[in-house]
Design a protein around this ligand. Structure first.
Ligand code: ARG
Length: 458
């Protein structure tokens, strides 16, 4: 099929150049958005009297037919077309004949492609938000099922203090909520109509951009034609939001991978989400989680790719910009897939409750609680830290449990110790005595679970 710009040349383009420059192989994914944008554009041209009403009607009817094919999955893109804009233009010509030649009035592929990409992003940002919500829900379900489980929590990957498992899960939910906010923020900032900027300077034809914006549901009309055809910030931001999600999912995956080891022994990943070894028959490997962790590398890589693509570009449009699509599409696809798979993993995840009980029995988890005990009795924080430091060191040296010290032995460290300190040496008490807002206190955690339930089901 002919190119949209062929007439100027006295020679056909080299097949190798075609292969190198054609974007139809990936931008065919914009077909639906290209049709929708063109329909609005044709309606505007007809309303403004720039093209005859009858032509406008024919163009819109033709585009509707193409759109139906696309939506029914019967649209096979033409590999001989340079890009999706050319492909749809050619098909329209086949369908409606001459009026199709008027569709490209008062626009350029430079603003057209930005419109298509914005419509794509708008759709996908909503999908991504929904997928994050589904993951939050399945994490919440897992937290509720295991409300009473207490687990060790770590800093420096060294056992630190005990927390409710649900508290840990709520931390993930908070993190993912910020991801949703970032997606929404990106959608809001991209809510301006690019079409009508034309090549870069606008047009002398009497277009009505506000009308097109209204038809396509944009809140604003982009105010500078040069900015429109240069701007790919909305793509950087979409990939960036995906990269942040991917990084978050990678961290969650890493926690679960560790917890599923014999050494941590906290969770059992459903066999449907594990694989075996070709040589070691006993193995049950968390490959699916490992690939969630691994896939995040791709998305973070795409963020670098898009930044490098843009950083040296002179204003305004340059063909380099065509290459914004593969990293965007793959970031969105990969992130959605990761979200879906991780949601399923949480739905089927089991906690090894007895192991959790065994692991949280270690008394060193409660040293901060004993310090708080001393502080409540008037000992300074610094002094309390020293007292506990000495106790821990002596007990380690003598292979003794702190809880086995007699009251007389305890009083050698501090005269304020009473028998009641012994109540502190259990994980249930440790979480219960936390009372600050945002802490792992069971009542507060229960409240948070309820709040999130309402919020996520709203
Ligand atoms: N395939 C091109 C892209 O994605 C469409 C715009 C082409 N514009 C041009 N002036 N060659 O950027």
């Amino acid at each position: 099929m002919s190119k949209l710009w062929g007439a100027r040349f006295n020679k056909k383009s080299d097949p190798l150049a075609d292969r190198f420059t054609f974007s139809i192989g990936y931008d065919h994914r914009l077909a639906k958005y290209d049709c929708l944008g063109s329909m609005a554009h044709a309606q505007m041209l007809a309303k403004q009297g720039i093209i005859p009403q009858a032509d406008g009607v024919k163009i819109v009817a033709g585009l509707k037919k193409i759109l139906k094919q696309i939506e029914a999955g019967r649209f096979n893109f033409d590999t001989k077309a340079e890009d999706i804009h050319t492909d749809i233009q050619n098909r329209l010509k086949d369908l409606v004949g001459k009026p199709a030649d008027k569709l490209h009035t008062a626009r350029s592929r430079n603003d057209q492609v930005v419109l298509d990409m914005k419509l794509y992003c708008r759709h996908e940002l909503v999908q991504l938000m929904a997928s994050v919500g589904i993951l939050q829900n399945s994490i919440l379900g897992f937290a509720r099922k295991n409300k009473d489980v207490i687990i060790p929590a770590y800093t420096h990957l060294q056992a630190a203090q005990v927390v409710l498992l649900a508290h840990h899960m709520l931390a993930y939910i908070e993190m993912l909520e910020r991801d949703k906010a970032r997606l929404l923020d990106c959608a809001k900032r991209s809510d301006s109509l690019p079409l009508g900027a034309c090549a870069l300077s606008g047009t002398s034809l009497k277009t009505d951009r506000a009308y097109v914006a209204k038809l396509l549901g944009f809140g604003r009309v982009a105010a500078n034609s040069m900015d429109v055809v240069s701007d790919r910030d909305f793509i950087v931001e979409t990939i960036s939001a995906c990269a942040m999600i991917a990084t978050h999912l990678s961290r969650i995956a890493e926690d679960l991978i560790l917890w599923a080891t014999r050494e941590f022994n906290l969770v059992d990943i459903d066999a449907g989400f594990c694989t075996g070894s070709s040589i070691m028959p006993h193995k049950k490997n968390p490959d699916v989680l490992e690939l969630i962790r691994g896939s995040s590398a791709k998305v973070v890589g795409h963020l670098t790719e898009i930044h490098v693509l843009l950083k040296g570009l002179p204003y305004t449009y340059n063909r380099d910009l065509q290459l914004d699509k593969p990293p965007l599409f793959d970031s969105v696809d990969t992130t959605k897939f990761m979200l879906l798979v991780l949601s399923r993993i949480f739905e089927t995840l089991k906690v090894r409750k007895e192991a959790a009980v065994r692991q949280t029995a270690d008394e060193s988890f409660f040293t901060v609680d004993v310090m708080d005990y001393l502080v409540k009795k008037g000992v300074s924080y610094r002094q309390a830290h020293d007292i506990l430091g000495c106790m821990v060191r002596d007990c380690l040296d003598r292979s003794k449990a702190i809880s086995s010290l007699t009251i007389d032995e305890l009083r050698k460290y501090s005269p304020v110790f009473g028998g009641d300190v012994k109540n502190l040496f259990n994980p249930g008490m440790s979480v219960k005595i936390k009372s600050s807002f945002g802490s792992t206190n069971p009542k507060l955690v229960e409240q948070q679970l309820k709040t999130w339930s309402k919020k996520l089901h709203a």
